[in-house]
Design a protein around this ligand. Structure first.
Ligand code: N01
Length: 571
């Protein structure tokens, strides 16, 4: 694991003002900020561009009521600074959005990051000049900057999507998207409110709005599994123990599929347990709260349909026991996908909220929303009047942020064209024909299927070590090999196809965006397997990557013998 002191020992890189940056980072969320810190520590000259008016990425934008992380805060935090992880005090079991944003702002100040972050600036294009091995990035202000390395840390869930409902522009009330929430907050007191969407955002937000609104209509197209979060104030003894064990815990997290230690690995199939044993085990996990521990009940919940069905049915029964109206309960009980194959939601009193008189669940699958009207919306069956409509309709996930930038590689082809049949990457870190461009938690990596911050740190540390390796050999251009990329893309699909994940229509497959190619995008082989693979590749001289020196004086690429890594297939 990388530490601060390793960084500070590296020599400073002397570059005068006006020269291209060594690296430009797109995005100042958790990934962009750590990339800046790590690369700056290597003496690189780095500039970060951020479209928002503040740092924080997803935690800057998603300010809807009830927004909270679904991974425990002692896990969901940076590990690169032991002082930071020891000193920061989390208020509760799960970080709330305001608390996590405060934490990120604290990190930015503590490590003096803000002076290299340009806010309110969106990158609109990034073009690679193969002659000079330089990226030119253009901002929405018309500013142009050049850099040897381009680091895309633009987020996986950062392109909010409002469905193309007819008539939205004529709506006379107010409308909101969870991912673009007003900073001043919204008071729904006394209002007639519609929430469209029941993913993680909707499920967290709905109980809060229900308590304020005069009446809330929830438009559900697909029922989603949710477990109780069991949020609670931080237990000081748990915090003390966790902090004392931090170094071992962080190391141990790399030996786990989801990048989180402290959840005993399952040892047997759900089908080997008796119904009574299973009931006891699921009941314990339900009462403890949390999604990973629940999915860790047995070895095969994400691999075997019959095994999964035992857990799915347990949760359906819980819903039936909580929701008093049997018809509403049945509508809330998911039947179209195995539990865990969509992001498993965590909630606080979500199902209970449907027992209130001021909450109505609408089946938007049977009676789809046809248009937004000036006074509300119309489904295929009924016309409704609302003062406010809230879209909890998700994101153009994993590829949306990069599709919004005109990125052109060595051959001039755009990334959007290259990815038209689904994203193609080598390790989720680089793309063939796009030299010197690194992706942080990109498609093909386990990022979104892990404790995100552990993946962010692992990707950035791997990239930084790679740049140190290149520097030591006097090379300044790295590119993923086509063959290695092809093999990795196939491997990612093969791994996914051996699981139940592809059975769900989820944002993991692009199914939530009409017209988007359906490809399973994350690597689900686990953080442990992935890190081992990345480490082996580095140890073997960066197999599957080509490295060369580009002489800017000569203005052309000159391959340096002995430094080109050999193309290889992925495992
Ligand atoms: O988005 P989603 P999200 N008519 O895509 C519905 C992370 N996250 O913002 O399933 C009617 O999951 C859509 O219906 P369907 C987490 O990784 C984490 O909630 O497509 N409905 C679905 O119900 C999560 O997975 C946290 O049929 C329409 C909903 O909108 C990811 O972000 C909190 C519709 C979208 O659900 C995204 O979650 C929040 C239409 N035309 C988010 N179009 C935590 O850490 C879409 N829908 C806790």
């Amino acid at each position: 694991m990388h530490t601060e002191s390793e960084n500070s020992e590296l020599p400073d890189h002397q570059i005068s003002r006006g020269d291209p940056y060594d690296a430009v980072v797109v995005g100042a969320g958790l990934a962009g900020l750590y990339a800046l810190h790590r690369l700056r520590g290597m003496g690189l000259r780095v500039r970060v561009f951020e479209a928002a008016s503040g740092v924080g990425g997803t935690w800057f934008w998603n300010r809807y009521p009830g927004a909270r992380c679904d991974i425990e805060s002692l896990e969901y935090s940076y590990s690169f600074s032991n002082e930071l992880q020891q000193e920061w005090e989390w208020a509760g079991r799960y970080g709330t959005q305001p608390e996590i944003l405060r934490y990120i702002q604290h990190v930015a100040q503590r490590f003096d990051l803000l002076r290299d972050v340009q806010l309110n600036t969106r990158i609109v294009s990034a073009v690679f000049d193969a002659q000079r091995a330089l990226w030119t990035l253009v901002t929405d202000q018309g500013e142009s900057v050049r850099a040897t390395y381009c680091i895309m840390a633009a987020g996986n869930l950062s392109t909010p999507r409002v469905p193309d409902f007819k008539g939205l522009e004529r709506f006379e009330g107010k409308w909101y998207h969870t991912g673009l929430w007003p900073h001043e907050g919204v008071d729904f007191t006394g209002q007639r409110v519609a929430v469209i969407g029941t993913g993680s955002s909707g499920i967290q937000m709905i109980p809060h709005i229900a308590r304020q609104a005069k009446h809330l209509h929830v438009f559900q197209r697909t029922a989603n599994f949710s477990l109780p979060a069991r949020h609670a104030p931080m237990d000081p003894e748990k915090e003390r123990r966790h902090k004392a064990e931090y170094p071992e815990r962080r190391r141990a997290a790399f030996e786990t599929p989801f990048g989180m230690a402290g959840y005993p690995a399952p040892t047997k199939s759900a089908l080997e347990a008796t119904p009574e044993e299973r009931q006891r085990s699921y009941e314990t996990k339900w009462n403890e709260g949390g999604s990973i521990s629940f999915l860790y009940s047995y070895t095969d919940l994400l691999l075997n349909k019959a095994a999964n069905e035992t857990a799915s049915e347990f949760v359906r029964q819980k819903i039936r026991s909580i929701v008093r109206d049997p018809q509403v309960a049945e509508l809330l009980a998911p039947k179209d996908h195995p539990i865990g194959t969509k992001r498993l939601c965590l909630d606080t009193n979500y199902y209970e909220i449907y027992n209130r008189d001021n909450v109505t669940l609408v089946n938007a699958r049977r009676t789809p929303i046809e248009e937004i009207t000036p006074r509300g919306l119309r489904t295929s069956q009924t016309e409704y009047e609302f003062d406010a409509i809230v879209f909890a309709t998700g994101f153009d996930a994993m590829t949306g942020a990069l599709a919004g930038i005109d990125i052109r590689g060595a051959s001039g082809e755009s990334l959007k064209e290259k990815w038209s049949a689904g994203p193609r990457t080598y390790l989720g870190l680089m793309v063939a024909d796009f030299p010197n461009m690194f992706l942080i938690t990109g498609p093909g990596s386990p990022g979104v299927k892990s404790q995100m911050i552990i993946s962010i740190e692992q990707h950035i540390d791997w990239m930084a070590d790679c740049l140190l390796y290149m520097r030591a050999r006097g090379v300044n251009c790295i590119e993923a090999d086509q063959q290695a990329e092809r093999a990795w893309v196939e491997h990612v699909q093969d791994v996914a196809n051996a699981t139940l994940y592809p059975l769900a229509n989820s944002w993991y497959t692009g199914a939530n965006i009409p017209g988007k190619t359906r490809v399973f995008m994350p690597y689900v082989g686990g953080v442990h397997q992935y890190k081992r693979h990345c480490d082996a590749i580095a140890k073997n001289g960066y197999e599957g990557f080509q490295m060369r020196r580009v002489s800017s004086d000569a203005g052309r690429l000159t391959a340096e013998p002995g430094v080109s890594a050999t193309p290889v297939g992925a495992t």
